[in-house]
Design a protein around this ligand. Structure first.
Ligand SMILES: Cc1cc2nc3c(=O)[nH]c(=O)nc-3n(C[C@H](O)[C@H](O)[C@H](O)COP(=O)(O)OP(=O)(O)OC[C@H]3O[C@@H](n4cnc5c(N)ncnc54)[C@H](O)[C@@H]3O)c2cc1C
Length: 238
């Protein structure tokens, strides 16, 4: 099996496994609640060295009244491994920066997303208001088998074409959107809250929700007061 950055860079304490071959790894963070307080208090020529209760109240006020800019003076850099279809949803979040693994310059891995049986679902209801029910065990297993079969055949074709001298940028066309990719994502807390608000919601696709939950975990760890205010405010980003 070919590996990419996964094997070398994965560190357990800052890494959460997601889906069957994915992860969210916090690569670096310059983020704390105090940065929010000081960005807001500069309006009055004030600066704090440590948080107190009034500062916590200030953060709650800023979130509630949607004064969003003080939440932009921080940065989280994540290294993510996710299926292409999840990544495609993720990259719609323009208020952040991305760099992605290149299938022009490097060979694709043979890791593809196969959902757990309980995640094979059927959609019920109207567009925009679907609910999802688990399918019966036979159909779940059949779905997983079909996926494995298609993935194997697609990867065989890809590897054969590359071996025969076809450029990777051409051969990659045979790869399905269940193939895993990797990217770096750098985002500030304001945009991160917008991402979590939309992508950890019940209306979001289950697979990206799992990634959004991991992102939220790291956000809560570095900015607990801001995170609590975000939750108390109905998970609406300021
Ligand atoms: C459940 C769900 C279903 C979706 N379905 C579809 C779909 O079917 N088709 C589809 O194309 N997309 C779909 N999307 C993607 C969605 O339309 C957004 O592109 C994505 O959620 C990013 O949100 P955003 O624009 O708020 O984030 P960002 O791009 O990070 O922007 C953050 C904020 O900056 C501001 N902003 C950014 N760019 C502009 C701009 N050009 N003009 C004005 N303000 C701006 C806005 O306030 C925005 O909320 C879906 C998203 C979700 C969560």
């Amino acid at each position: 099996m070919t590996t990419t950055l996964v094997a070398t860079e994965k560190r357990t304490e800052d890494c959460i496994d997601v889906l069957d071959h994915g992860f969210v790894r916090l690569d670096a963070a310059m983020a704390d609640d105090l940065s929010v307080v000081n960005a807001a208090r500069v309006s009055f020529g004030r600066r704090r060295d440590a948080m107190d209760e009034r500062d916590e109240g200030l953060i709650r006020f800023l979130v509630r009244d949607r004064h969003g800019t003080p939440f932009e003076h921080n940065s989280f850099r994540f290294h993510v491994r996710a299926p292409i279809f999840v990544t495609r949803e993720w990259m719609r979040h323009r208020m952040s920066s991305f760099n992605e693994f290149s299938l022009r310059y490097a060979k694709a891995t043979d890791d593809f997303y196969v959902p757990e049986a309980e995640d094979v679902r059927t959609q019920v209801g109207k567009p925009g208001a679907y609910t999802f029910d688990q399918v019966d065990p036979d159909l779940a297993e059949q779905t997983r088998e079909e996926l494995r079969r298609v993935y194997e055949s697609a990867y065989d074709a890809y590897a054969r074409l590359v071996d025969q001298g076809v450029a990777r940028e051409v051969a990659r066309s045979v790869l399905p959107v269940g193939a895993y990719t990797e990217f770096y994502w750098t985002v500030n807390a304001r945009s991160l809250m917008n991402f979590v608000s939309l992508r950890a919601a019940e209306t979001a696709q289950r697979e990206i929700r799992r990634y959004a939950d991991a992102i939220e975990h790291f956000f809560a760890r570095h900015m607990p007061v801001t995170h609590a205010a975000f939750v108390a405010n109905g998970r609406v980003a300021p």
